[in-house]
Design a protein around this ligand. Structure first.
Ligand code: COA
Length: 299
């Protein structure tokens, strides 16, 4: 692990927009973060006079390639370094028989879910053959200091006899089973938490004995801790079974989770990687940052 890569990033204008803690930055870059499961990571660096002036972190998972982070020191830009690093990573994808490439995420830990709009580098990727589009991908947030849940959010689910609770030993197996049947992408993740009895991290909605929704809670260790006064939490992997959608259960679960985070004295709730802007707006969340989708099919 070359810690000087963090130093060159730290001195850039981009760092002021997107500051990360060193350990988080390096663990994502090198693929040693807890969400780097069953993936491959490769970091290429560009060295001048014995010092790195640029780097790229590339990852592969399930035959998909991702450019997680490409960076060139400001004084070395517009000299072909970025192009050369990108080419090296594309070559590595080809050697591994990977032809579908995305920018940002979907192969383990990541910094951005797509290509941040505020970096102004979509032109560079377009020049290199990437298709850049806007599919509405955003992060959202809210300062919950004075937030209160609208009571109407719970009225509709109460009339349906929906109960929301933290998970426990008794329902752990059912939650894993529910995930397997309804949200197979999250199966590993929920199974991991239930096996380790992380009941305070997982909550669920039920009607009688039937589980109808699941979600997770987290506090701290967010990629953007520094932008939220080290005082941030959130929910995640929120899913309601198909036949129970449209009844307000998802919204009630998000509200329930937000109340629990507020009770812990947390100031901000952050929602990473979502398209459901109108849904979260109902609880007062606002768009925080926006991303393009970047895609390349390698021949
Ligand atoms: C984007 C970046 C990697 C480009 O690296 P670079 O070494 O300056 O790029 P190159 O010298 O290889 O540029 C090649 C071509 O792309 C063009 N280009 C470079 N940056 C560009 C930009 N921001 N917008 C549009 N075109 C750009 C250059 O003009 C050049 O065009 P030419 O061939 O017609 O002369 C670099 O600007 C950078 O590190 N920016 C910050 C990165 C960042 O925020 N990364 C996080 C998200 S991945």
């Amino acid at each position: 692990m070359d810690t000087s890569l963090f130093e060159i990033y730290k001195q850039s204008h981009e760092y002021t927009l997107w500051p990360l803690k060193e350990d988080k930055f390096l663990s994502i870059l090198y693929g040693t973060d807890s969400s780097d499961i069953n993936n491959q990571t490769k970091v290429f660096t560009h060295i001048e006079s014995n010092n790195p002036v640029g780097f790229v972190s590339a990852k592969i998972k399930d035959s998909k390639g991702v450019i997680v982070f490409l960076f060139v020191s400001p004084e070395s830009r517009l000299k072909g370094v970025g192009t050369s690093l990108l080419k090296q990573s594309l070559e590595w994808f080809k050697q591994n028989d990977v032809h579908e490439i995305a920018l940002g995420a979907k192969a383990g830990s990541y910094i951005f879910p797509g290509l941040p709009k505020n970096l102004g580098i979509e032109g560079f990727f377009k020049k290199n053959g990437f298709e850049i589009s806007d599919d509405g991908l955003v992060d959202m947030y809210q300062d919950i200091t004075n937030w209160d849940v609208p009571q109407s959010v719970f009225d509709s689910v109460e009339s349906e006899n929906v109960k929301i609770n933290f998970s426990n030993e008794k329902v752990a197996k059912d939650i894993v089973e529910f995930t397997k049947n309804n949200f197979p992408n999250w199966y590993d993740n929920y199974k991991f938490d239930m096996e380790r009895k992380k009941y305070e991290k997982v909550f669920y909605a039920s009607i009688g004995d039937e589980i109808v929704g699941i979600s997770k809670l987290w506090v701290g260790d967010c990629v953007w801790d520094l932008l939220f006064e080290n005082n941030v939490g959130g929910g995640g992997a929120l899913g309601v079974s198909e036949k129970h959608r449209g009844k307000g259960i998802g919204l009630a679960m998000k509200a329930w989770g937000t109340i629990k985070i507020k009770e812990k004295g947390i100031k901000y709730v952050w929602i990473g990687w979502t398209y459901a802007v109108d849904f979260y707006k109902k609880l007062g969340f606002k768009v925080w940052r926006e991303y393009y989708k970047g895609k390349l099919m390698l021949k």
